[in-house]
Design a protein around this ligand. Structure first.
Ligand code: ADP
Length: 492
């Protein structure tokens, strides 16, 4: 496979237009942005920098397609066929998509293959298979009344997605929205648009009617804002940072009160008790749970809470794994952590390291820029000892930086775990079944892993509590975001 990857990485990528109403169109003012590969800092191609007028064209096309009904009013079993075909085409082109995505955002290919085309194909297949199996309801009314509850598509859905896993996260929103019969306008992140543009082409090839999926690329502050403020978007589904999430809620309030679903950041606690079943395994999974994709994972276990009695030994193990991690060319199958997605992100990470040192955090390993001679953006995974009040223990970093915090008792662990404005992911490592269940109940987060970190499938929801967001991606629950309930109250 490495040979094939080496071939694909040399292919030139043509300048990209917007995908609106089933065709490639340049933006009205012809503006474009450079796509810089984090692998070596080279210019890969350009993407269109859409303005408000382009966004409006996409929304008009989406609405027109919705009203026409050639997707929204077809039988779910018909939509299923197209969605299954999309899944098949993603799988057929998986390696090409994965390499293109890695050249764009720097994720190590071993992870990108599974997490990007692999996961996206699975997501399209899941919602394809689900959509002709979900029913409306008949309400338990009086005998002379028939109360029907219809589930109707909302209309036009906007999806704004980030650069860390564009296909996976994009599919989490597009697939259920399309399955439910909606039209979609998708805005990828500036730093990872290429695979989603390719996905649009595959959707068209699979027979998705014109205008049902539109992709507008460009700057968040321009095209993203235009989507947020648009008067004809019914639902906006977002994954990204807290500050942008706040803005989207403001845009909604200032425009048409569109429903806004946010999947925001996390500062997820990963709690290791001395009675964990296998401390070597716990150390390995914990290190991977923060350092894969260079920590650019919203559910990353960025706070490692370790019981005092094993703190020294366990922290050494984790630091040793971090030190040995193969950081480098993301297009080598053997690489364990690829490039940081952009020069700006690398700067931010190094700034976090400096601030942590200035605050008195103890650096066990890493935290420096590496492989500078490649022209790319690489960083050694960093492991810090911190106290709960330090910045590193509180703020989301979104980079390969782990904070270790010791604790003495179960209640102290819980207190530290919950002392955050976030509530996305978490984990508990213990052999004590009762403690595991107590912790599952006590931790305020969308997911609590027990004796593992990460890994899940489409059957379970992903979403945050507190300031990590609202609503859920994945599972049948995700469909709820993209439907309206309508009551028919019929006098018999
Ligand atoms: P990250 O920190 O992962 O880059 P952001 O929240 O900045 O997360 O970006 C996530 C997505 O939000 C991207 O597609 C980006 O273009 C978009 N975005 C950024 N700023 C805005 C904005 N003001 N309005 C709407 N979307 C935005």
């Amino acid at each position: 496979m490495q040979d094939k990857i080496d071939q694909l990485r040399t292919l030139s990528v043509s300048p990209q237009a917007l995908f609106i109403d089933g065709a490639w169109r340049p933006p009205v003012d012809g503006a474009a942005m450079d796509v810089i590969s984090p692998i070596d800092g080279s210019r890969l191609t350009t993407i269109a920098d859409a303005g408000a007028e382009d966004v409006d064209r996409a929304v008009v096309a989406a609405r027109r397609a919705f009203e026409k009904g050639s997707w929204s009013r077809t039988a779910p079993a018909e939509r299923k066929k197209v969605l299954l075909k999309i899944a098949e085409l993603i799988e057929k082109n998986a390696l090409e998509l994965a390499v293109l995505g890695v050249r764009d955002n720097g994720t190590e290919i071993s992870m990108a293959l599974k997490a990007e085309p692999g996961s996206a194909a699975g997501t399209f297949r899941y919602y394809a298979e689900a959509i002709d199996k979900v029913y409306g309801e008949i309400a338990p009314t009086a005998d002379n009344i028939l109360g029907l509850i219809h589930r109707e598509p909302v209309g036009v859905v906007a999806a704004i997605v980030p650069w860390n896993f564009p296909m996976m996260i994009g599919a989490w929103k597009i697939a259920p929205a399309l399955a439910a019969g909606n039209s979609v306008v998708l805005k990828p992140a500036e730093g990872a648009s290429l695979t989603l543009l390719r996905l649009a082409a595959l959707c068209a090839e699979a027979g998705l009617p014109d205008g049902v999926l539109n992709v507008v690329t460009g700057r968040g502050a321009v095209s993203g804002e235009a989507l947020g403020l648009h008067m004809d978007i019914d639902v906006l589904a977002f994954t990204g940072s807290g500050p942008v999430g706040r803005r989207l809620l403001e845009y909604s309030a200032r425009s048409n009160l569109k429903r806004v679903y946010l999947e925001l950041g996390g500062k997820s606690p990963n709690i290791v008790f001395a009675d964990a079943p296998d401390l070597d395994q716990a150390a390995k999974v914990s290190a991977y749970g923060i350092f894969r994709n260079s920590g650019q994972v919203c559910v990353a276990g960025s706070r490692l809470l370790v019981e005092k009695s094993i703190h020294a030994e366990f922290s050494e193990k984790v630091a040793g794994i971090a030190t040995a991690m193969r950081v480098g060319d993301p297009l080598q199958l053997s690489t364990e952590a690829g490039a940081i997605s952009s020069a700006i992100q690398l700067e931010k990470n190094l700034g976090h390291v400096d601030r942590a040192l200035a605050e008195g955090a103890l650096l066990r390993t890493g935290g420096t820029r590496t492989l500078e001679e490649t022209g790319g953006y690489y960083m050694r995974p960093a492991v810090f000892d911190v106290t709960p009040s330090m910045m590193l223990a509180r703020e989301e970093v979104f980079g390969p930086i782990l904070s270790i915090i010791p604790f003495k008792t179960e209640s102290e662990a819980l207190e530290i775990a919950n002392a955050t404005e976030y509530g996305l992911a978490s984990a508990v490592w213990t052999s004590n079944l009762s403690r595991a269940h107590r912790m599952v109940r006590g931790i305020r987060a969308g997911v609590v892993h027990v004796n593992t970190y990460g890994g899940s499938d489409n059957s379970v929801p992903l979403g945050g509590v507190k300031q990590s967001g609202n609503g859920h991606d994945k599972s049948l629950h995700a469909l709820d975001k993209y439907v309206d309930l309508k009551t028919a109250w019929i006098q018999l």
